[in-house]
Design a protein around this ligand. Structure first.
Ligand SMILES: *Cc1c(COP(=O)(O)O)cnc(C)c1O
Length: 350
């Protein structure tokens, strides 16, 4: 057993969380004059449920998670920040991230004055477990793994995740924003065995609700409890709760959309690999392809001038001349290929 409480910052252990008006009262009532709200009902005059019980039930059911293991945040970006604030002492502790990986880990760490130790991935974006542990010292509190990784599309094998979590005395976070597009097993299956494991998910990608800002952390009830104490009491608005419930309740189309995206990923990969300007397409378990091209800046500009925006990753570690291309609708993917064919024609003429 790992002692998770020994990893929590003393001020967080000692924290007396904000007690909302509705937390203090338990029972049935019809007159609510406890929270200084406007009394006339317009649908939003009341503060939302700080424990988000209805939305948690729906999200837990959607993602096949137990409610007691679920934290909801204003995007998974909030969960990343809350985890750093719980486990990392500013100016003292450090975290380990893959390089390249999702940019928010670094930003959140910088805001919290936490040192970031990047572990460079190999040429094919694989992670070496020994490299990870060579960077760990007594102040390493979090190992951030993104699987499938953004921007590489490659997953960390679940056996490596288990090995890292068993061996490491801090917290291992596995960001599964893209897991729905992958055939690899989810690290959520390890939660009950590994008390230092936290898995992040989001409604922003496969679930089609990036504008809604709902992300989640899946972890032991102990970690979920500390995350709930540290978050803003009303981090998910009533408008978000209502709309998210409506979408989750009515959208039975997720499986089909995911299947189409996976099919389109394969098709787009085949089409792009026939292009002369494309040097390499990395295997992807996500809803994007990382593509090495002849000249990423030139291709980026060419596409942008024609109204097609991709993500230029050329300055990222091991990503020289790489573009990250999200799988769009079949029509959008076709438009991309056509535009790249004209790019090749025009650049060949010059
Ligand atoms: C898009 C993305 C997220 C999603 O963040 P939200 O705040 O939930 O929208 C999280 N992690 C990674 C790696 C991502 O690419």
């Amino acid at each position: 057993m790992k002692n998770i409480e020994a990893l929590i910052r003393p001020n967080i252990l000692a924290l007396e969380p904000y007690s909302t008006a509705r937390d203090d009262f338990k029972g049935e009532a019809s007159v609510f004059i406890d929270a200084n709200e406007n009394p006339w009902n317009n649908g939003y005059n009341r503060y939302p449920d700080p424990r988000q019980r209805r939305l948690k039930d729906a999200v837990a059911n959607l993602e096949n998670i137990k409610v007691e293991n679920l934290f909801l945040g204003n995007g998974s970006d909030e969960a990343i920040d809350v985890l750093m604030r719980i486990f990392c002492r500013p100016g003292v502790d450090n975290i380990i991230v893959q390089a390249p990986s999702y940019g928010m880990y670094k930003v959140s760490a910088a805001i919290n004055d936490i040192e970031v130790r990047p572990v460079l991935l190999d040429d094919d974006f694989g992670l070496d477990v020994e490299d990870v542990f060579s960077r760990v010292d007594e102040n390493t509190r979090i190992i951030m793994l993104c699987s499938p990784n953004n921007p590489t599309g490659r997953s960390v094998p679940i056996e490596d995740i288990r090995l890292i979590a068993e061996r490491f005395d801090g917290i291992v976070v596995v960001d599964e924003a893209y897991i729905h597009f992958s055939e690899e097993p989810s690290a959520i299956t390890l939660i009950d065995d590994l008390e230092n494991l936290v898995v992040l998910r989001t409604l922003s990608k496969a679930r089609g609700l990036a504008g809604m800002r709902v992300g989640m952390a899946v972890a032991s009830p102990l970690i979920v409890d500390y995350m709930s104490r540290v978050k803003y009491p009303y981090n998910i608005s009533q408008a978000t709760i209502d709309k998210a419930l409506e979408f989750i309740g009515s959208n039975t189309d997720y499986d089909r959309q995911i299947a189409v995206i996976i099919e389109e990923r394969k098709k787009l990969k085949d089409r792009l690999s026939g292009l002369k300007s494309v040097e390499k397409i990395y295997p992807s378990d996500a809803n994007f392809l990382l593509v090495k091209v002849d000249d990423a800046n030139r291709m980026y500009d060419y596409l942008a001038e024609r109204g097609i925006v991709v993500r230029n990753r050329t300055t990222q570690p091991r990503c020289h001349n790489c573009l990250r291309i999200t799988i769009g609708t079949p029509e959008e993917n076709e438009q991309l290929v056509k535009t790249l064919l004209s790019y090749e024609k025009e650049t060949a003429d010059n």
